[in-house]
Design a protein around this ligand. Structure first.
Ligand SMILES: [Fe+2]
Ligand SMILES: [Fe+2]
Length: 190
């Protein structure tokens, strides 16, 4: 016999709810990759042409190119699935460029600390999404898994290059991670 009072029905969102959630996922991922391209571009601009920072500029360029591939993929998905980008784009452009330039001006290790912080939040964010949409959209989940692996490579590269020796590492890392988490929440909805 069923005890009606203790029976809590599972949420059963209709197609509309499901589409709305998928829209949020694509919108926030697009925003994140857009910001990633701008952070690496701004960092690269600081190191480019500086003697002794050639390797750094080259590595940043390679990461920027990978982020550009991620961004292009989400741009296509937004178009195909008729999802609007976040209205926060102009603000994210300023914030991401400032974050990239600001950390690079603090030095290579601070730039790496920025990468480690951003990529740690992003890879976790992708992991959550992969778990969430694995059944609903396995093809997209597989793409997100590939992107996540690349974010993890960026993250590990940063640690290998001394991110944790950056000045005020804990503060810097904490502030950047908190900012990323807020940006994720906002970009899903706004
Ligand atoms: Fe990315
Ligand atoms: Fe990345």
């Amino acid at each position: 016999m069923t005890d009606a009072a203790s029976h809590i029905p599972l949420p059963r969102p209709g197609m509309g709810a499901s589409k709305a959630r998928m829209d949020e996922i694509l919108r926030v991922d697009h925003a994140g990759e857009y910001a990633a391209v701008l952070i690496y571009r701004a960092q690269k601009a600081v190191f480019e042409g500086r003697k002794a920072h050639g390797d750094m500029a080259r590595d940043l360029g390679e990461m920027q190119d990978q982020e550009a591939v991620h961004l292009a993929r989400f741009e296509r998905l937004l178009n195909e699935r008729r999802v609007r980008p976040t209205a926060m784009t102009p603000l994210w452009r300023i914030a991401a460029s400032a974050l990239g330039a600001g950390t690079a001006l603090m030095g290579e290790k601070a730039a790496h600390a920025c990468t480690e912080a951003v990529e740690s939040v992003i890879e976790k964010h992708y992991a959550d999404q992969i778990a969430e949409i694995g059944d609903r959209d396995p093809a997209l989940a597989a793409e997100l898994k590939q992107f996540r692996d690349e974010e993890l490579a960026h993250h590990d590269h940063a640690i290998d290059h001394g991110s944790r020796e950056a000045p005020a590492y804990r503060l810097l890392s904490g502030v950047i991670k908190a900012g990323c988490r807020v940006a994720i929440k906002v970009s899903e909805k706004v």
